[in-house]
Design a protein around this ligand. Structure first.
Ligand SMILES: *[C@@H]1O[C@H](CO)[C@@H](O)[C@H](O)[C@H]1NC(C)=O
Length: 131
């Protein structure tokens, strides 16, 4: 009887403790922080240095070229066109990147991980391989 009560007390304490636990990335300190390579004219918050917000333009948030298929004529039969902060400065500190993946028939994407990241894939076009 005593054992059962202490077990219940332990379970209750653990249940209460778990409701106070939360895990999340801290909210960004600013709405945007366009990456800049010249550290003398930038402000550092986190990620890369931020461009002076007064100098930010729409082009800092624009990327073109995802409509162009990558060349899949390589060993793995796939091609990744990556758009990250190095290609699109406006993504700095937002925790977002995107990519276009092209696969040749039987092409593959080598196993890899995205620590602390979530990946969403949308198949735009696919062909059924008969055989
Ligand atoms: C991916 O495609 C681009 C554009 O065709 C090409 O420049 C690049 O070398 C390709 N990458 C690989 C790994 O085949």
């Amino acid at each position: 009887m005593m054992k059962g009560v202490s077990f219940l007390v332990i379970v209750a304490i653990l249940a209460l403790a778990s409701s106070f636990v939360s895990a999340f990335d801290p909210s960004p300190l600013q709405d945007f922080c366009v990456a800049i390579n010249d550290i003398k004219s930038g402000v550092f918050v986190n990620g890369k240095f931020c461009k002076d917000p007064a100098m930010v333009s729409a082009n800092d948030f624009f990327f073109s070229g995802l409509n162009i298929p990558g060349n899949t004529g390589n060993k793995v039969g796939s091609n990744v066109t990556l758009v990250n902060v190095d290609k699109l400065a406006g993504l700095n500190t937002l925790g977002i990147s995107l990519a276009r993946l092209d696969f040749a028939p039987y092409g593959l994407n080598p196993p890899h991980t995205h620590p602390r990241g979530t990946e969403l894939l949308v198949v735009i076009e696919a062909a059924k391989i008969l055989g």
